[in-house]
Design a protein around this ligand. Sequence first.
Ligand code: PMP
Length: 445
Amino acid sequence: KEKNRDGYLPLFDRFASFYSRYVYRRIRDCWNYPICSVPGNEVVLKDRVTNDNGWTFEFTGSKTKCLNLASYNYLGFAENSGPCAEFAIDAIYKYGVTTGGTRQQYGTCDLHVELEKLTAEFLGVEDAITFGMGFATNALNIPTLLSPGCLVISDEKNHASLILGIRLPGATVKVFKHNDVKHLEQILRESIYKGQPSQEGYKPWKKILIVVEGVYSMEGTIVRLPEIIALKKKYKAYLYLDEAHSIGAMGKHGRGIVDYFGCDPKDIDILMGTFTKSFGSAGGYIAGTKELIDFLRKNSFASKYAWAMAPPVAAQIIAVLKILMGRDGTNEGQKRIETLARNTRYFRRRIEQMGIIIHGNEDSPVVPILVYLYSKIAAMVRTLIKEKIATVGVGYPATPLMEGRIRICLSAAHTKEQLDYALAVIEKVADEIGLKYSRKPIDPT
Ligand code: PMP
């Protein structure tokens, strides 16, 4: 690498990859849209014009309202006109927007105590602890639980926050094929039989942790939880389940993937989730036994050294939890859970009928439309924006190289008319850019 004029090696590896140099630069207008409204079922975007060089842009001062298929607003609680906003506003008046400290240093307010009690109750476990950021909940708590000599077995499609958390503590990491329980068992069997390599030969692992997600955010797949629970029991491994995309959104009562399969929440050693999606708020939680949560309260990097969750954020989550648990005296929560499930099945079925390839389970509100090629990501995002529909384009390195996709997140807040409009536009774009790959004719009835 060349030194610059002052003799420094480059700080950023900006031109390291072909993709950042040639591809991303040419299609980066597909991302980074500043939003100027609540990320509800519609969202207002700041308009931009692309400069003559074709890849930088400037804001024009005008705005466009789009149908929002891009935000993780599964239950429609991101709307500020919703029933929770007044709780958040009251909390600002009462507590301000900061806690003024970490959890152990006067950063715990009574809202945190109430929220953690409610979260544990909602999930059906003994206790829970909350954190200011979902990403940090994974990245900073997993290292608290592991050390060199431990083995982590991680699904290949796990989120970046999990991967970071798994790499930090110096444990041995093995990766199993996405949702492939046979491969997981093979790794478990071989690892237990052999143990960890040491100077004397092999010795047993200190502990084994299996790490999976409830609904995978780029795939829309659902974890094969009952089989994984059976394996973790058989091989005496611990199980860490990230419910970021499933809590609130999946299961008859919105209690996540554990609820969806009717499993016992106590069979999952570490239940993790975020409040950024179904709760329209921010932050994350870990739930489990009292012993686990007490340990994290004392030892977690995220509670010892990081600012506590902001009070209005906690107030919003409490309000949503009460609605989901029916404590507001209505069946609003149940209604939203059912609407999301209905919207999801309807939208997925219609897309499949068009012959467009999508990934994931029929009940998953994350819908990745496979466009495969980079150029098609750009073509689709741009055309949809012109038609006033916001979606997220995702490509390498977040997906395999030739598996670019448009990711759509469905919401209970979407009306049937909105979904029908989106479906009609998607079909038109799919015809234009050649997306109808499925050879199997699908019965439209
Ligand atoms: N886990 C998963 C599976 C995620 O998809 C995400 C982000 N979408 C996170 C954790 C991080 O959560 P947050 O965005 O709330 O910080």
